[in-house]
Design a protein around this ligand. Structure first.
Ligand code: ATP
Ligand code: MG
Length: 360
C-alpha cells in the first residue's frame, strides 16, 4: 500500500494552489487571444503568406523568451540564492564560527520546506555553539583544578631532588619533576588558549621596540641552541616600533624559536631576520631542520596537532595554535614556507606603529 506523505504543521504545501491556477489561466488566455487577434488582423489587412507565417513564430518566440527569463529568475530567487547563503554559512560553521544565523525567506504563514531547513540549521548551529562552550568551560575548569595538586607534586619533587638521594632515587625524583613540569606547561597553555579564544584577555596594546623584544627572546634560547650545537644568525634593524600586547607577542616569538630548536638536528642553522619597508615589518624565523609535509602544513595551527610524532614527547601541539590566536587578535599575518628535509621559515607580517606626535 502506498504510504501517504504527511505535511508538517505550519508548512505551506498545496497540490493545487488556486492563485497559481488563475495566474496561468489569465496569462494563457491573454496570449492565445493576442495570437488569434494577430492572425485575424493579418488576414484582414491581406499581408503576404510569408509574413503571415513568420509573425506568429516571432510572437511565440518572444513569449518563450519572457517565460524563460521569468522561470530562471524564480529559480534563482527561491532556490539558488538561499542555497548559496546556506553554503557560505555551512563553511563558516565548519571553520568553527557558531555565531552564524541564516534568516528564513518567507513570513510565518508562507513558510515552505526550505524555510524549515534554514530554521533547523540555525537551531543546530546554536546547539553546536553551546556544546563547544560547555566543552571549553569543562576543560578550563578541570585544568584550573589540576593546578594546585600539580604545584604540590612539583614543589615536593624539587625538594626531593635537592635532598640527599641515592643514584636511582635521584633519577626517579628527576622523572617526577620533569613530568610534572611538562603537565604544568600543558595546563598553563590550555588555560592561556582558552582565555584567548574567549577573548577574556583584551590585548593591552602598547607601542614598543620590537627589535629589543626579539633580541631578548633569542638570547633566552642561546643555552638551548648551544647545547644542541646549532648555529644562530640574526639580521635586524636597531629600532622598529609596533603596537601590540608585548606579553602575548613574546609567546609567538618563543614558540617560533622553540620549534626551530626542537625540529633542527645538531649542526643545523637558525636565522632570525627582521626587515621593514614604508609601512610593514617582516620577522622571519628560519631553520634548516626536518621541514614539514603538506599534511603537517595543513594542520599545524590546530590545537593538539603534532606532525612529527618522533618529537611528540616534547610539547603538546598547542604552541602554534596559541601563536596564531595571538596574531589574529592583533590583526597580524603569518606565512609558512617549508619543505621536508630542507627546513622551515615562519614569517610574521605586522604594520609599523603610527609615529608618535611630538609635542610642538
Ligand atoms: N620549525 C619547524 N620545523 C618542522 N616542523 C615544525 C616546525 N614548527 C612546527 N612544526 C610542526 O608543527 C607541529 C605543531 O607545532 P606546535 O608548535 O603547535 O606544537 P609542538 O611544538 O609540537 O608542541 P608545543 O608547541 O606545545 O610545545 C609540530 O608538532 C611540528 O610537526
Ligand atoms: Mg611548539
Amino acid at each position: 500500500m502506498k504510504e501517504k506523505k504527511s505535511v508538517e504543521p505550519g508548512i505551506k504545501d498545496s497540490r493545487f494552489p488556486p492563485s497559481l491556477f488563475f495566474v496561468y489561466l489569465i496569462v494563457l488566455l491573454l496570449m492565445s487571444g493576442m495570437h488569434t487577434g494577430l492572425l485575424v488582423g493579418m488576414g484582414r489587412l491581406g499581408w503576404n503568406r510569408v509574413f503571415q507565417v513568420t509573425a506568429p513564430v516571432l510572437y511565440w518566440a518572444a513569449v518563450a523568451i519572457g517565460l524563460t527569463l521569468f522561470t530562471r529568475r524564480q529559480i534563482r530567487r527561491t532556490y539558488e540564492e538561499p542555497m548559496h547563503k546556506l553554503a557560505e554559512a555551512t563553511k563558516k560553521v565548519a571553520e568553527g564560527d557558531f555565531s552564524i544565523y541564516v534568516a528564513p525567506l518567507n513570513t510565518l504563514e508562507k513558510r515552505d520546506y526550505l524555510d524549515k531547513m534554514l530554521i533547523d540549521f540555525n537551531k543546530m548551529v546554536e546547539e553546536l555553539g553551546s556544546m563547544e562552550t560547555m566543552k571549553t568551560d569543562f576543560l578550563s575548569n578541570v585544568s584550573h583544578e589540576l593546578k594546585t595538586p600539580l604545584a604540590i607534586i612539583q614543589n615536593n619533587a624539587e625538594l626531593l631532588c635537592a635532598g640527599e638521594l641515592t643514584g636511582e632515587q635521584r633519577q626517579r625524583a628527576d622523572i617526577i619533576f620533569s613530568a610534572s613540569r611538562r603537565l604544568g606547561d600543558l595546563i598553563s597553555n590550555i588555560l592561556k588558549l582558552n582565555k584567548l579564544e574567549k577573548q577574556t584577555i583584551a590585548p593591552t596594546t602598547e607601542t614598543y621596540n620590537l627589535c629589543e623584544q626579539l633580541a631578548e627572546c633569542a638570547l633566552n634560547y642561546e643555552p638551548a641552541w648551544e647545547r644542541q650545537g646549532l648555529e644562530f644568525e640574526a639580521d635586524m634593524e636597531d629600532c622598529v616600533k609596533i603596537s601590540a600586547d608585548p606579553a602575548l607577542m613574546e609567546l609567538v616569538w618563543n614558540n617560533l624559536f622553540s620549534n626551530a630548536v626542537k625540529f633542527t638536528k645538531p649542526g643545523g642553522k637558525i636565522s632570525l631576520t627582521q626587515q621593514s619597508d614604508g609601512e610593514t615589518i617582516r620577522v622571519t624565523v628560519k631553520d634548516t631542520g626536518c621541514g614539514m609535509t603538506e599534511e603537517t602544513k595543513k594542520h599545524m595551527f590546530e590545537k593538539f596537532y603534532q606532525g612529527d610524532t618522533s618529537h611528540s614527547t616534547a610539547g603538546n601541539g598547542l604552541g602554534l595554535a596559541l601563536a596564531l590566536r595571538v596574531l589574529q587578535l592583533n590583526g597580524f599575518l603569518i606565512k609558512v614556507e617549508s619543505e621536508p628535509g630542507k627546513g622551515s621559515a615562519f614569517t610574521v607580517i605586522m604594520p609599523k606603529a603610527e609615529k608618535e606626535v611630538m609635542p610642538g
